[in-house]
Design a protein around this ligand. Structure first.
Ligand code: DGL
Length: 268
């Protein structure tokens, strides 16, 4: 699996809970983060390079743990790496949103790259044709999450700036009842986002539904691994830059300690 940085570790966390016996290789393309502000062509090129590096390590399934890369490169990855199963986070995120909403009013926050292409709107409308969807690019949330500033006055101020016209006192009736975290970095800010969106908003992200989609794909293809005694699932962490930072910030995303010595730097 890969992401532009540590954000995809929120998806890895869900995968480890769902499929603990598997071996995982996680690649954070930290040298080229953020993906969300780059052109679709650049992100597609980066995604193909990251996937090639992972295929070179003999993976049996590729998880695109980045909404931006999923939005612009999923088709190219599926075609370029066929027959390797490729699972993105966007469709599972749309499924989670459609399950959660009661009013059909859905707000999506994501990176510029994800919002620009309208991929979430299309994915949600395929499942819920009458959905009323608003979306917004929130690139500052990526910076806050990577910096570890996920709570406190600065995170709150940024969240108010991005969300108040949808959820604040002036929003009136017709508020969205569901807020989709369309970027794998954003779950780290969930308590702040919930406080600003209010108790009536259901916050969904794609981590759990992506893990379920991976379990389905591996099951269908007979690829699930069974861990034997003394043969547990292994985890390999790769980054294209800055192992210290990856370990420090990534620990919070993964929900378990990561040491600098656990992160190997690779060149794509
Ligand atoms: N975590 C990534 C996503 O889900 C991208 C963040 C970025 O690199 O801008 O979109």
């Amino acid at each position: 699996m890969f992401d532009s940085g540590v954000g995809g570790l929120t998806v890895l966390r869900a995968l480890l809970a769902t499929l603990p016996s598997e071996h995982y290789v996680y690649l954070g393309d930290t040298a080229r983060l953020p993906y969300g502000t780059k052109s679709a062509d650049s992100v597609r090129r980066y995604a193909l390079q990251a996937a090639a590096a992972l295929r070179g390590r003999g993976v049996k399934c590729l998880v695109v743990a980045c909404n931006t890369a999923t939005a612009v490169a999923l088709d190219a990855l599926a075609a370029g790496f066929d027959p390797l199963p490729v699972v993105g986070v966007l469709e599972p995120g749309a499924v989670a949103a459609c399950r959660a909403t009661r009013s059909g009013r859905v707000a999506v926050i994501a990176t510029e790259g994800t919002v620009r292409g309208g991929a979430y709107e299309r994915a949600i409308r395929r499942l819920l044709p009458d959905a009323r969807i608003v979306s917004r690019a929130c690139p500052m949330f990526v910076a806050l999450a990577e910096e570890g500033w996920t709570a406190g006055p600065i995170a709150e101020a940024v969240a108010h700036r991005y969300l108040d016209d949808w959820f604040g006192p002036g929003a009136g009736t017709g508020k969205p009842d569901t807020l989709v975290l369309g970027c794998t970095h954003f779950p780290m800010l969930e308590p702040v986002l919930q406080a600003v969106a209010g108790p009536d908003a259901t916050i969904v992200d794609s981590a759990r539904t992506t893990a379920a989609a991976v379990a389905d794909v591996l099951g269908e293809r007979g690829l699930l691994r069974t861990a034997g005694p003394g043969d547990p699932g292994r985890l390999e962490l790769l980054a294209t830059d800055g192992p210290e930072r990856f370990a420090r910030v990534g620990s919070g995303f993964l929900g378990r300690p990561i040491g600098t010595e656990d992160v190997r730097v690779v060149d794509l």
